[in-house]
Design a protein. Structure first.
Length: 187
């Protein structure tokens, strides 16, 4: 894949720490990254780590302390949070951050097999995009095997057209995750 044109410029960034032991570290490092001209700061989903701060709360603080650097999540799992609620959180932060947010999702197994986790992620992406389709008439209704939305008011739409990133854990359904990413994600 050497020399391949992926259709977008290369972005350089760092992953921010999210330890409750030093809650200000993420903001300090994000400010420094912005000063140094980096393009992106990333926060990992810490749902499996009891000592990790919530990714969206950390990004909210980072958004308020920076003005240019893009904000992204990595490994954000939908098996521990309702996608309709997450859609509002993502869109809200995107507005507060001036259109700088990119959600990076992952297929969390939560005890399920890999194929089942990928199916749940695909459904979750449908719900996210449905919630962001604020101009569509009527509430969002989704009756899936993994996610149910009985009739949620759509919106808000994000401040900019969001790119959804999708990742996979090495050795766990990589082929399925790549296929799903090609079908539903933007990176």
């Amino acid at each position: 894949m050497s020399g391949a044109d992926l259709g977008h410029p290369l972005q350089l960034g760092i992953e921010l720490p999210v330890s409750a032991a030093d809650p200000g570290a993420a903001v300090r490092l994000a400010r420094r990254a912005e000063e140094l001209g980096l393009d992106l700061v990333v926060v990992a989903d810490g749902t499996d780590d009891g000592g990790a701060l919530d990714a969206w709360t950390v990004l909210g603080a980072v958004a308020g302390a920076t003005g240019r650097v893009d904000l992204a999540t990595r490994g954000l799992r939908l098996d521990g949070r309702p996608p309709a609620v997450l859609a509002r959180a993502v869109a809200s932060l995107d507005h507060l951050a001036g259109g700088r947010v990119t959600p990076g999702l992952a297929a969390g197994t939560g005890g399920a097999d890999a194929d089942d986790a990928l199916d749940a992620l695909a459904e979750g992406v449908d719900v996210l995009r449905g919630m962001w389709a604020a101009a569509e008439p009527g509430p969002l209704v989704h009756e899936g095997r993994h996610h149910r939305v009985p009739g949620a008011q759509r919106g808000p739409a994000p401040a900019h057209e969001l790119a959804l990133w999708l990742g996979a854990t090495p050795g766990s359904a990589d082929d399925g995750a790549r296929t799903l990413a090609a079908r539903v994600a933007d990176g």
